[in-house]
Design a binder for this molecule. Structure first.
Ligand code: ADP
Ligand code: MG
Length: 274
């Protein structure tokens, strides 16, 4: 590899990492001194109460929010020094509130997942169409391929976005509350899809709202509270009654999922009041 390509292409080695970063908006700090390496080859769920900085962390990792200080690196290179398309070939991100032109059709949005692979020299190829069809099939939106996004329900639209992320074929997949808008069957389908991606050797980091789904489906948990990562590990290592009280402000009982043995939180009726 020449020195010139080393600066523009991320290394193929592992490592999506945020280092001693200060994150926030308009001078207001949300997270300070935040260091975190996305666990390689795992399906990690980020959990924590509203407003604790989960989306902010994901935006920084996805390069859509510039840290006030500190850095985000991919394969050891600062993502700011890499071309956006080069990053997009390795990291796909679905924001919490994605926006697309309403006049776009489903297949066209999913096809956008292939844009990072295109250039003046390399335009749309037959292989791209196959990948787009596969991605739509994986999220069950093939029947909607020709419809306008504006005609779809929230849940259908969410699945189209996920298809776009799949079509991007990246090593890292960052999803911010991907199960919102989905009915229970489609939530489970999506969580299994995340597990499948992990089984395929990809790295998934997803903000999940439901602690029990996170504990059941994810291989690792990252718990955030007031802008800090307060715990990280397997669901077994992470979830206990004290954590649930301190972070979520609920009096929780820790039981077991009867099928998988994963820790499961049930809420006692009395709230902890400060
Ligand atoms: N675009 C923004 N502009 C200003 N403040 C924001 C913006 N997005 C989030 N915040 C603030 O940053 C904090 C963390 O938000 P966020 O990362 O979205 O939390 P979470 O995803 O954990 O619910 C909150 O106080 C929120 O109000
Ligand atoms: Mg959020």
């Amino acid at each position: 590899m020449t020195a010139a390509t080393a600066q523009t292409e991320p290394a193929t080695g592992p490592g999506l990492r945020i280092d001693t970063a200060r994150l926030g908006y308009d001078g207001r700090v949300v997270s300070d001194d935040l260091t975190f390496t996305v666990p390689e080859g795992e399906f990690t769920a980020v959990i924590g109460p509203n407003g604790c900085g989960k989306s902010t962390l994901l935006k920084a990792l996805a390069r859509t929010l510039r840290p006030m200080s500190g850095s985000v690196t991919l394969g050891g290179a600062d993502v700011r020094s890499l071309r956006p398309k080069a990053v997009a070939r390795r990291v796909a991100a679905l924001p919490q509130h994605p926006v697309a032109p309403e006049s776009l059709r489903v297949r066209d949005l999913v096809a956008r997942g292939r844009h990072p692979y295109h250039s003046l020299l390399r335009q749309w190829m037959p292989g791209d169409a196959e990948i787009v069809e596969e991605a739509m099939a994986a999220t069950g939106v093939t029947d909607q391929a020709g419809r306008l996004l504006s005609e779809l329900s929230g849940g259908q639209r969410q699945r189209v976005w996920i298809a776009m992320v799949l079509a991007q074929r990246t090593d890292y997949v960052l999803l911010d509350e991907p199960t919102s808008f989905l009915d229970l069957a489609h939530q489970v389908e999506l969580l299994r899809l995340c597990q499948d991606m992990r089984d395929d050797g990809r790295t998934v980091l997803a903000v999940l709202h439901d602690i029990n789904q996170a504990a059941r489906y994810a291989s690792r948990l990252v718990v955030m509270h007031e802008g800090r990562i307060v715990r990280e590990g397997t669901p077994e290592q992470v979830l206990d009654a004290d954590l649930v009280t301190e972070v979520f402000g609920i009096d929780g009982l820790i039981g077991r999922d009867s099928q998988t043995g994963a820790p499961m939180v049930t809420v006692r009726e009395t709230r902890v009041r400060s």
